[in-house]
Design a protein around this ligand. Sequence first.
Ligand code: HXC
Length: 277
Amino acid sequence: MQSSPFKSDILKGKVAFITGGGSGINFGVAKALASHGAAIAMMGRREEVLQEACNELAGLGVKTFFKSGDVRSPEACEAAIEAAVQNLGRIDILVNGAAGNFLCPPELLSSNGFKTVIDIDLNGTFNMCRYAYKHLKESKGLILNISATLHYVGTPFQSHVSAAKAGIDALTINLAAEWGPDGIRVCGIAPGPIGDTEGMRRLAPGEAGEKLKKAIPLGRFGATEDIGLAAVFLASSAANYITGETLVVDGGQWLAKPPMVPRELVEQMIAKPKKDA
Ligand code: HXC
């Protein structure tokens, strides 16, 4: 990963449990937490993906554990959490990264399509928080919900995901207030367009991606390391007094609108600045 500004042992002794941790942004988060000392537990639907991700981490000397399962099933969440605690001893950081997405206009989306995304993203996040609670209370741990910026504005073809992520942000705030007295912090990260991920392949493939990139104020797609290092920051003691906050890591993408008048036209319209006397 890119060089980290943090010491490599700041998460030593901690255990992170990451849903959807076998690939994409979530594997980036797993690698970042692991490279700062954390042991890693993962849950996801595809056993071979989890196995491969854990093999890669184990090759770097990281303690790992995985259990396949679907976050839509409360029973699967509870079983995976208990198995991880049995294997790695504790849970300090729960990262809710499992998500589902596809582009679809709302007038063509079936009720089951809408429900499926709410079930994976929002209900799955709740299930994990619910069953990890007692372990996080014991460790005075952190919940980190992977959100998005889609719902800050109206994003075409994303009504289902926007509703789910808005719910997740509400859960982040609510659980932060409810579980703060138990010593649990609850934060979120809202990634923007992160290159070479399943999300980008689904939402902005090919030319659409190139167009999107041009509109990002910081001029590039994010990397999974950008999200990973944000997670390390929020998991570190530097963030001990931060809770209920969802950190946007998107290069400024969501807040930049196309200009009302194209730049070239504005340049023609405005008075040229006078040269220095
Ligand atoms: C319209 C669709 C659809 C599509 C599925 N459905 N794909 N509707 N357009 N492209 C509908 C189906 O018709 C069905 O409704 C219902 O959704 C459930 O579909 P299934 O295929 O049976 O569900 P399932 O196998 O559980 O798959 C879940 C999934 C799938 C979300 C639909 O795409 C998936 O597993 N994705 C996981 C990986 C993923 O999406 N990763 C990207 C996350 S990116 P009916 O009515 O027919 O029964 C991300 C980034 C967000 O989250 C932020 C970016 C900036």
